[in-house]
Design a protein around this ligand. Structure first.
Ligand SMILES: NC(=O)c1ccc[n+]([C@@H]2O[C@H](COP(=O)([O-])OP(=O)(O)OC[C@H]3O[C@@H](n4cnc5c(N)ncnc54)[C@H](OP(=O)(O)O)[C@@H]3O)[C@@H](O)[C@H]2O)c1
Length: 273
């Protein structure tokens, strides 16, 4: 039985799958094959970035998949060196060309670069009001960055993509985004495997008969947090997608919230404040 995957409705009304494929650190043929495998399994969201240097391969895979474009949700991000008003507009065109698409579903500011983030956001607003992109959002915007954005933005970001795991449980950010209808999306959601041996996690894996990745990804879904695990292995792609046939109890979700130890894989965005 094929289980319908969960979607969320973003604040501007567009539908986005809660579970998607992240394609960081995938190169040429590997990226193309992983996207094709993922589509076959049922993934409909792909998260790339100019920085990942694989937009062309993602575009090739989308074409080869034969799936209608409107059934897919494609995110890309403006890279740090392209930030600024005119350069962001140019970077968007360059991304579209590589992706071989005439729009992306979601365009994100990849990192809040101090001197450039305001102009970059204003360029995203221009793309949005010109109806060249379906939705705009940010990544790595912790609360101080969102507060600053509020002082000049005329469009509220629909989504904030941040590093977020049980070991980096940011309750204040969850609440802040929920109050403003900003969808949270977790990156490096399975800690690149670094916390798979946590005995508290393994206890839950035994209880539910699921793998560490599956329990962590399900924890995201229970919180209504979108998530984009990366895999270029077909078995693991399938495993990460098979999280829709079970749920975690409220008590176990709260138990996992308590794993927080401010553990990070990526740079702390606060260093850019
Ligand atoms: N906005 C940002 O600044 C930012 C930063 C980082 C990441 N991201 C996005 O988030 C996505 C995911 O984050 P990430 O790639 O850093 O880390 P991740 O998804 O937490 O972990 C990926 C790693 O885990 C392995 N893996 C995947 N599924 C597994 C499973 N079921 N069991 C065991 N190992 C498994 C993968 O190897 P295999 O491929 O061999 O399976 C890969 O080495 C990225 O691809 C990117 O799209 C965004």
């Amino acid at each position: 039985m094929k289980i319908e995957q969960p979607y969320t409705k973003l604040s501007n009304g567009i539908k986005m799958p809660l579970l998607g494929l992240g394609v960081y650190d995938m190169h040429s043929k590997e990226a193309e094959q992983a996207v094709l495998d993922a589509m076959e399994i049922g993934y409909r969201l792909i998260d790339t970035a100019t920085l990942y240097n694989n937009e062309t391969e993602i575009g090739n895979a989308v074409k080869k998949s034969g799936l209608p474009r409107e059934q897919l949700f494609v995110t890309t991000k403006v890279g740090d060196s392209d930030q600024g008003y005119d350069s962001t507009l140019k970077a968007y065109d360059a991304s579209l060309k590589k992706l071989q698409m005439d729009y992306v579903d979601l365009y994100l500011v990849h990192w809040p670069i101090k001197a450039k983030r305001k102009d970059t956001w204003l360029a995203l607003e221009k793309l949005y009001t010109d109806k060249r992109v379906k939705a705009i959002g940010v990544a790595n915007y912790l609360i101080p960055f969102l507060e600053e954005l509020e002082t000049y933005a005329s469009v509220v970001p629909v989504l904030n993509q941040v590093e977020f795991t049980p070991w980096l449980f940011q309750k204040e950010l969850v609440d802040y985004c929920a109050e403003r209808n900003i969808q949270l999306q977790s990156y490096s959601p399975i800690t690149r495997g670094q916390k798979f041996n946590d005995p508290r996690l393994l206890q839950l894996c035994d209880k539910y008969g699921k793998s560490p990745a599956q329990v962590i990804l399900r924890w995201n879904i229970e919180h209504g947090i979108a998530t984009i695990p990366k895999s270029s292995n077909k078995t693991r792609l399938q495993q990460n997608f098979d999280i829709l046939d079970f749920s975690l109890s409220k008590e176990d979700v709260a138990f996992m919230d308590g794993f927080d130890e401010q553990f990070r894989i990526c740079e702390n965005p606060m260093d850019l404040l």
